[in-house]
Design a protein. Structure first.
Length: 343
């Protein structure tokens, strides 16, 4: 009990200290990295625990981001500027509900989940799995990206949606809003972490892991594995959509580039380096890689992508189970726990 209390206090200190130590720019950057950690958790839930590799999660992330961006844009301008430039004189019908925050927040989840169901139900019901699902997820990413770029008057085209005034009565970039957004992101990350932990500890969680390892045997036992895979994909999409909604007020823009296959591939790399099928792995992977990316791109921008590729290859060869997975395999956490307990 004492150790649990100490752990909670240490976590609370780690959360609060950045607010007083980091500059507004660095705190905002940390918030963005934590948002990426939420995306990594969604990938890990699908790939690490279910064994379903998706290279299209950038779409779900972007859909949640666009839902929030539409609300923020309408708070700034009754008719978005890119619509005026395209000759649109009245707000389209599907934009009107996004004038209300509750609707926008609901759509942050509904839009990604709807697409996930639209994709998952026919694919999983027909028995699509493995590399075939991965390829199709890439194709869907490409289709959605082209669709959003082509609809300049409705989505902002390749420029995306930007030019937001603020949130919660504070202008974007205000130090107070930066701190509020940081605390919100931390709270959401912790909540999603424990929700996933609870879900994976249930009977359904055991079935999800069994699908990854022995799907054929589960089918022989009478389980409808396709239903569990659809549910996992929808849950993963919802988490990615929530991350996208948090991303927009922090960065101040959302564009089709977020939907790119490259972005979705980066999500997967974070999980691979952090550690698949571990709860902490995606968080550690996203934070470490994005911190390294920022540091190297600031000092040696021309060499960053070489380092990125080298890092991924090295991690795959030296620590194939990722950073956290390798530590767990070597019982590092267990040894640290016992040492602390004995002291």
């Amino acid at each position: 009990m004492k150790q649990k209390t100490i752990s909670i206090l240490l976590i609370a200190i780690l959360i609060i200290v950045p607010i007083f130590v980091l500059s507004d720019f660095r705190l905002s950057l940390l918030s963005k990295f934590l948002v990426f950690s939420i995306v990594a958790i969604s990938i890990n839930l699908l790939w690490g625990y279910s064994g379903i590799l998706s290279l299209g999660h950038g779409v779900y992330f972007a859909l949640g981001g666009y839902a929030m961006a539409m609300y923020l844009k309408l708070q700034s301008q009754p008719l978005p500027d890119f619509m005026e430039w395209s000759g649109i004189e009245a707000l389209p019908w599907f934009w009107k509900p996004f004038q209300y925050l509750p609707v926008a927040l609901a759509m942050v989840v509904i839009l990604p989940v709807s697409l996930a169901l639209l994709v998952g139900i026919p694919l999983f019901k027909s028995g699509t799995k493995g590399v075939y699902f991965t390829i199709i997820s890439q194709a869907i990413t490409l289709i959605m990206s082209i669709l959003f770029i082509g609809q300049q008057g409705l989505t902002g085209g390749s420029n995306g949606i930007t030019g937001f005034k603020g949130l919660f009565g504070y202008p974007l970039g205000d130090p107070t809003l930066i701190k509020i957004l940081y605390l919100i992101v931390v709270a959401v990350l912790i909540a999603i972490y424990f929700i996933c932990k609870f879900m994976l500890n249930t009977h359904a969680g055991a079935i999800i892991r069994a699908i990854r390892d022995r799907e054929t045997r589960l089918r022989f036992l009478g389980y409808k594995t396709d239903s569990f895979k659809i549910l996992t994909l929808a849950t993963s999409a919802a988490i990615a959509g929530i991350a996208g909604a948090l991303f927009v007020p922090i960065v101040g823009i959302i564009s089709p580039s977020i939907m790119s296959i490259l972005m979705s591939t980066e999500f997967v790399i974070w999980v691979a380096i952090g550690g698949r099928a571990t709860l902490l792995g995606p968080i550690v992977g996203a934070l470490v890689i994005n911190y390294a990316k920022t540091s190297f791109s600031e000092s040696m921008p021309e060499y960053w992508w070489y380092f990125y590729g080298f890092l991924f290859i090295t991690a795959t060869i030296i620590v194939p189970k990722g950073i956290i997975g390798s530590l767990i395999e070597k019982k590092w956490f267990y040894n640290v726990f016992n040492k602390t307990k004995n002291e």
